[in-house]
Design a protein around this ligand. Sequence first.
Ligand code: CP
Length: 310
Amino acid sequence: MEFRWHRKDLLSLYDLSREEIEYILDTAEEFKKVSERNVKKVPALRGKTVVNFFVEPSTRTRISFELAEQRLSADIINVAVDASSLKKGETLLDTVRNIEALQVDLLVMRHRATGAQNFIAQNVRCGVINAGDGAHSHPTQALLDIFTIRQRKGRVAGLNVTIVGDILHSRVARSNIWGLLKLGARVTLAGPATLVPREFEKVGVRVCHNLRDALRDADVVNLLRIQHERQTAGFFPSVNEYARFFGLNQETFQYLRPDALVMHPGPINRDVELDSAVADGPNSVILEQVTNGLAVRMAVLFLVAGCGNK
Ligand code: CP
């Protein structure tokens, strides 16, 4: 039986089946070809209106969504949050309902509050795509990470993927964990015990507090940023100490397999979680992740807009 996409929103990879994740990745493969053509545009979202509503800073996700929408020929509105009536005290829901009243089809939203997009999605008719909520979920980042792994390694099932860093505050880690486990990868989380508590083992991942042990046998290592903006307590003595014990540098890199992929969702704290020589070295696929993000976001926009079933 042919697979049919049926979701109004994309909020989390936790909600998706393996089949749905693979369908997005397969659709992204097709859209990647569009960006490799001379004319990098298709009419798939012609006549649809997409609003980009980022209530938290972003470079990669915001630009990549906007470019994806342009490539799909959508009409685009970028909400300037600092100049919006949110600043006058209008509620988030009132703001979004007023945006929706303009016959908008899709809302791409980032918010610092966990669950903000789920709440909005339950209260509007238009499709909602989560571009990152608090420390909870960043589904398109995980999809582009997994897409990159699948393209480079030819599969995801059976691979050893190590995620290093501030797992506690990371929506990227949570989304990667759900996506990777659903596709059959083995996931190791590494970092200090304060940022990688043993509770994570309950979802079926390995927790490791020694970086060198976590790097051996890894097919992929994904370094995460220390998120100073979400930390309210001292989780490690100093940035220097963190870099010494958990940074991927030229010394710790030697523990990896020669063909291991080095990934980072960005933005990088250079020479903290990741040494510049490794970030810019031959095993790094960090900029490839960014390139693939465009194809993945084109696929997500296309499917959530309801175009994938026509
Ligand atoms: N990876 C990521 O979400 O980057 P931005 O915050 O720049 O969008």
